[in-house]
Design a protein around this ligand. Sequence first.
Ligand code: C2E
Ligand code: CA
Ligand code: CA
Length: 695
Amino acid sequence: MKILLVDDDLPSRRLLEKILSAEGHEVLSCATGESAWEYYEREPAAMAILDWMLPGMTGLDLCRKIRSHPKGRDTFVFMVTARTDAADLRAVLDAGADDYLAKPVDIAQAGVRLAIALRQLEHRIERNRVEDALKKSEQRYALAAQGANDVLWDWDLVEGRIFLSARWYSLLGLKPVPGEINPEEGWFERIHPEDRMRVKRRVEEHLLGLTDHFESEYRACHESGHYCWVLSRGVAQRAADGRAVRMAGSHTDLTMRGVHDALTGLPSRALFMERLNTVLEINRRRGGQPFALFFVDLDRFKMINDSLGHAVGDELLVATAQRLKNCIRPGDMIARLGGDEFTILLEGVRDNEEAKEIAGRIEAELVQPVRVRDQEVFSTASIGIVINHSGYQQAEELLRDADTAMYRAKAGGRARFEMFNATMREAAVQRMALVTDLRQAIRRKEFLNHYQPIVDLSTGTLAGIEALVRWNHPQRGYVSPIEFIPIAEELGLIVPLGQWVVEEACSQLQEWRQVYGEELPLSVSANLSTRQFSQGDILLTVQQALENSGLPPSSLILEITESALAEDIDSASVLLKKIRDLGVRICIDDFGTGYSSLQYLHRLPANALKVDRSFTARLDQDREANEIVRAILDLAGKFGIEVIAEGVEMERQRATLVRMGCHRGQGALFSMPLDPEQAGGMIRKAFPLRAVSGA
Ligand code: C2E
Ligand code: CA
Ligand code: CA
């Protein structure tokens, strides 16, 4: 890897050079900021290690320049500095540095920090690439009003290239062409010769400014030779001198409107169900023709969509439709139900074995990577199969059972198929029951909070408690939050549940304060889920919980996971600041598990953070864990952010944490979460004097 090293102090530069070359990196050494910038402009380095104090252009200046370079955000910047108080470090991070090394440089520490940085760098480059792709496709989408149902196009008039969305190719039965192509070939040559001149004239008129938008209806030639009717619309974008430089718009398929899915051109749900009912009807009357219904659902499609962008997702769906077609016989019917769900009706399937064979073929076909816009996209599918038998009356029943079998395939590890059987219906009914139960659990007051002590690691003194919700299910007993929180999120129940947790935590602590003394130096922490954060009115919930319980805001802490914030750090920060304005404290949960670097820490309006228990578990076992915890403690300390270690299970871990300067912790070494009665008893023991004075 190429590393730019800038330091005017020769001994310190030599030392770093030695460490870096030993690791096999290519080091570019400079004594001044100016010469380093010259290098960088010519060829951006993956990592830059900059001394702050340089004659002329300082390390901070250089860092800002790097960040303003088009490639600059991919570079990992270390600032080397002897000045490490909070104000100085804030200046370092504000200039855009990712991390810092204290001067004089400690070889061992620097080595580990560099290794960690290299890993973060990989994530960052990947993320930047995905973001770029996303932005580009989003801009394109914004240009067209009609959205995903139509073909979207974006024509660069200067370059003479046009981008046509995947739907264009599926509409005309063509192989998708990634990127931009020549508009003559891509578009005009596809228009019926009798219509072509007319369409071109309309375009020309608009480009000359004679019309306020372009609009034209015409016949377009499908690969199979037939024609379909298309309506095209577009608007030009003009340069300052009025010359059109770009034009974008949509093509609407007029023939297949409604009956066919707009993206893939496959029959829609309505058409499929109609056909399925007809086949059932024929079967009932004439008896016998067996058939199979396949329910095909792509695995992790949402992740592909979110990370690579909707345009890529769309193309994957189009490609999937095409591959499914390759696996079936001409008379069989494929439909897109919506999203990433497809159904296939296979008539004349003799038995289970034949259905399995076809499913195997589909799996094998779909597992092949698809090339979408210069990248390979990997996807698989889960398939549920149901073979018709005399019991079925309605198309919906068949679809429901195929769906159930598909769910089973997903639960069994994805990329596989399952045949429906009656026991599956039983299991599906039970899962549905859990869902129904969860809906009623709030009303029936089946939830309760357990409380885990948070202690001072050196003295063992009780400092706070964390509320951890439990579901006391009437038949199943305690259900873990790890199991039901995701279902609650999925069902939209997390908002009322989360509200209950906060209210309960506040009134419980207030009750204890009233019994054991209002001056009790205890706070309660409540966990917020990502969804709650984006959907509910957190601010109002918190205000009401405080008001109703009478608990002072300073006794409440809200825990939010790092990943919840990473999604949209700017709006999250605004919301967190408002919560802090109430006097409530904020704690970042599971810190260190996301991709965030320390850079991010000082942008968060947090009072505390929790080092994830995976780090605590690895303490003293691998050096990287120690180094990460030390770096977190170091910087958090400078910004006045308190650090709490999670999952402290062993005395050895406690001692190491104390040695590193971590003062707070929780875990099995002290106590696992306790039910309210036990927790009350623990508080009474912890504060005996107050208990007496309060009595
Ligand atoms: P978390 O917030 O990281 O909570 C800490 C989890 O670690 C708790 O599991 C706790 O019982 C467990 N734990 C505590 N000490 C130790 C230890 O020494 N070793 C080990 N291995 N584990 C320890 P729990 O209660 O099962 O909660 C799991 C997760 O469920 C929580 O992780 C949190 O993300 C979520 N959760 C719990 N309550 C709520 C809630 O009220 N709302 C929301 N949104 N999420 C909650
Ligand atoms: Ca927590
Ligand atoms: Ca945690």
